[in-house]
Design a protein. Structure first.
Length: 542
C-alpha cells in the first residue's frame, strides 16, 4: 500500500514539476531536515522568550524587551531590516510585581491566586473579613439593581468573593492529545465536506446576548462599580478550573479607577473559604498586591525582520505568531513557541544558504490577546483591504501563522480559492512522515481566534497551521501553568521543518499564490461590535 502510493506520488510530482525543480525541492527538503535536526535553536529561543522575558503582556516592558531580543537574535542569524513597528495600543502597560494571599482565621494557610491585569494594587498588606455574594443567575437590569440594593451595607471594608463557587466535576475522560493520522487526513482533505477550519475559523462558543438579560460583561462592570461605591477593599473571583489552574485576564476598562484590587483564586481555595463561611464562621484574609503601571505602554510594538529576496524582492512571504502573552505564567505554549517555530523556519532557510526570490518577513505580533490588535494595525497600515488596497496589497503572497500550543503542525487552512490550498498542499506533501497531512481552502473573512484572520479579513492569504491539541485547551492555554516545561521539542522542530518547506516554495515559485477574483472574493461578514468577547469564555479568547 505505502509503496503503491509512493509510486503514485512520484508520478504526480514528475508530471507537475520539471524534473530539475523536483530534484531541487527534494534536495532543499533534505537540507531543511538536516539543519533542524543538527542545529535547532528552538529551545534556546524558548528559554529567552519565556524564562528571561516572560510574561509578555501587551504594553509591558517585558514584551518590548522580548521583541528587541528577537531582533538582535535574528540579526545575528543574518536577517536584515530588523525593527520594532509602533502602533497605538491606547492603554498603559501593567505588571504585577509581587503578590501574597493568606487565610489568617479561623485557620492559617497560603492561597493560590493570580492578579487580574490592569487592576490596582493594595498599597501594602490588607487584612479584612471575607464576604461572599451570591449573584442572581442571568438577571435583567431591574433584577440585578434590586439584588445590589440588598447588598448595600454588607460589602463595606470586606474582601468580597464575587459569586458562588463553581462546581468543577472530576474529569474522568482524558483530554485529547494527539490526532491520529486518519483524523488529521480527514481534517485537511479538500474533498471532505466536514474538513476542519482549525483556529483560522470564526470565534467559537460566543453566545448571543439574551433579550432583556444583562451580559456577563455588564454584570461584571456594574459589580465593580457597586463594590467601589460600597467601600469593599478587594474583589476575589473564582478560577473555576481543576487542579489549581487559573486563567486571569484583565480589567476590561484598563482603568485603575474603575476596579478594585482583584484576584482570581484557585477553585479549591475559593471553595474552602465558601464552605467555612457557610458554617457561619467568620473568615479573615490577608492580601498584599504590588502592581506597576507604565504610561509609555500606550505605544505597543510588532517585531519585524526579513531575509531579503533576489529577483522578486518587492514581493513578500510573511510568517509569524503573537509574542504577547497573558501574565500569570511565562506564555510558553501561547505563544512563545509559535514565535520560536516561525523564527526557526526562516533561520533554517538562511542557514542552508537559500537565496529566496521573494523577501521572507517574520512578524511577531503584540496585542493579540486583547483582540488581534497588533496584526490588525499592521495589515491596515501596510496592506489595506481587498476593497481599499494599498500598493503593498498586491505584493503579499501569503502569511503563515501558528498559535495552538506545542503540538506539531498537522495541516494548513489557507484563505483563498482551492488552487491556493493545493499549492500549499504540494509544498507540504514531502513531509507527511512528520505528521503534516495537507491543506484546505478557507473562505471565511470573519475575524477569528488568531492573527492569520487579520489577513484573511482583509482578503489576503492568511494561512493558519493546525496542530495536535496536546495539553493546550485542557491545561496550558492562558493558564498559570503555561511554562517552558510544557514544550515538546520534537514537535516544535517538526513544525519548523514543515513551515520552512512551505515558505521556501512560496518564496521561489514563478507565480504568486492564486487569489480570489473580484467576482469570487467572499464578502466581509457583518461588523462585530467589539473584537473581544463579553466574558472570559476560554474558547472565545484569542
Ligand atoms: Zn495565542
Amino acid at each position: 500500500m505505502l509503496r503503491t502510493r509512493a509510486l503514485f506520488m512520484l508520478c504526480v510530482s514528475l508530471l507537475s514539476y520539471a524534473p530539475v525543480l523536483a530534484q531541487d525541492a527534494s534536495d532543499i527538503n533534505a537540507k531543511i531536515r538536516k539543519e533542524e535536526t543538527d542545529n535547532s535553536q528552538i529551545m534556546r529561543t524558548m528559554h529567552f522568550l519565556t524564562d528571561v522575558y516572560g510574561p509578555r503582556l501587551t504594553g509591558s516592558p517585558n514584551l518590548k524587551a522580548a521583541g528587541e531580543w528577537a531582533i538582535k537574535q535574528m540579526t545575528a542569524w543574518g536577517f536584515e531590516n530588523g525593527h520594532l513597528e509602533a502602533w497605538d495600543f491606547g492603554h498603559p502597560g501593567w505588571t504585577n510585581e509581587r503578590f501574597s494571599g493568606f487565610i489568617t482565621s479561623p485557620v492559617k494557610d497560603t492561597l493560590t491566586c493570580e492578579v487580574l491585569s490592569w487592576t490596582p494594587g493594595t498599597n501594602g498588606p490588607v487584612t479584612a473579613h471575607a464576604y461572599q455574594m451570591t449573584l442572581p443567575e442571568k438577571p435583567s437590569q431591574d433584577e440585578f439593581t434590586a439584588y445590589l440594593a440588598t447588598q448595600k451595607d454588607k460589602v463595606k471594608g470586606k474582601i468580597v468573593l464575587a459569586g458562588k463557587q463553581q462546581i468543577v466535576p472530576v474529569t474522568l475522560t482524558p483530554p485529547a492529545r494527539r490526532q491520529d493520522d486518519k483524523q488529521a487526513k480527514e481534517r485537511y482533505d479538500p474533498n471532505n465536506p466536514n474538513a476542519g477550519q482549525g483556529r483560522g475559523g470564526p470565534r467559537g462558543n460566543q453566545q448571543p446576548p439574551e433579550p432583556g438579560k444583562l451580559t456577563p460583561r455588564q454584570i461584571d462592570e456594574q459589580l465593580d462599580q457597586f463594590l467601589i461605591a460600597g467601600g469593599a477593599v478587594i474583589r476575589v473571583n473564582d478560577a473555576g478550573r481543576e487542579h489549581r489552574q487559573i486563567r486571569a485576564f484583565n480589567n476590561r476598562t484598563f482603568d485603575a479607577a474603575k476596579a478594585l484590587p482583584t484576584v482570581v483564586m484557585s477553585n479549591e481555595d475559593y471553595g474552602r473559604i465558601a464552605r467555612i463561611l457557610a458554617d457561619g464562621s467568620a473568615v479573615e484574609l490577608e492580601f498584599n498586591i504590588v502592581n506597576r503601571w507604565y504610561p509609555e505602554g500606550k505605544t505597543a510594538y510588532n517585531t519585524v525582520a526579513e531575509i531579503p529576496g533576489t529577483d522578486k524582492r518587492d514581493e513578500v512571504v510573511m510568517l509569524g505568531g503573537h509574542l504577547d502573552s497573558w501574565h500569570s505564567a511565562t506564555g510558553a505554549t501561547d505563544n512563545a513557541i509559535g514565535c520560536a517555530v516561525m523564527m526557526e523556519a526562516a533561520r533554517i532557510l538562511r542557514a542552508i544558504g537559500v537565496k529566496p526570490r521573494r523577501t521572507i518577513r517574520v512578524a511577531l505580533w503584540s496585542g493579540e490577546e486583547e483582540g488581534l490588535l497588533g496584526s490588525q494595525a499592521y495589515v491596515k497600515q501596510h496592506f489595506g483591504t481587498f476593497e481599499e488596497p494599498k500598493p503593498e496589497y498586491s505584493k503579499l503572497v501569503a502569511y503563515f501563522n501558528i498559535d495552538s500550543g506545542t503540538g506539531r503542525a498537522r495541516g494548513a487552512s489557507v484563505f483563498g480559492p482551492p488552487e491556493a490550498a493545493s499549492v500549499v498542499r504540494q509544498a507540504l506533501a514531502p513531509f507527511e512522515d512528520l505528521g503534516v497531512m495537507g491543506a484546505i481552502a478557507s473562505k471565511s473573512r470573519a475575524l477569528g481566534g488568531t492573527d492569520s484572520t487579520s489577513f484573511s479579513q482583509a482578503g489576503l492569504a492568511g494561512i493558519g497551521m493546525g496542530q495536535d491539541p496536546i495539553e493546550y485547551n485542557s491545561a496550558t492555554w492562558h493558564t498559570n501553568l503555561d511554562t517552558y516545561e510544557r514544550i515538546i521539542e520534537d514537535d516544535a522542530k517538526k513544525s519548523a521543518m514543515v513551515i520552512a518547506a512551505g515558505l521556501y516554495q512560496l518564496a521561489m515559485r514563478d507565480e504568486l499564490l492564486p487569489r480570489f477574483s473580484k467576482e469570487t472574493m467572499p464578502p466581509l461578514p457583518p461588523k462585530e461590535g467589539t473584537p473581544a468577547p463579553a466574558t472570559p469564555t476560554p474558547q472565545a479568547r484569542p
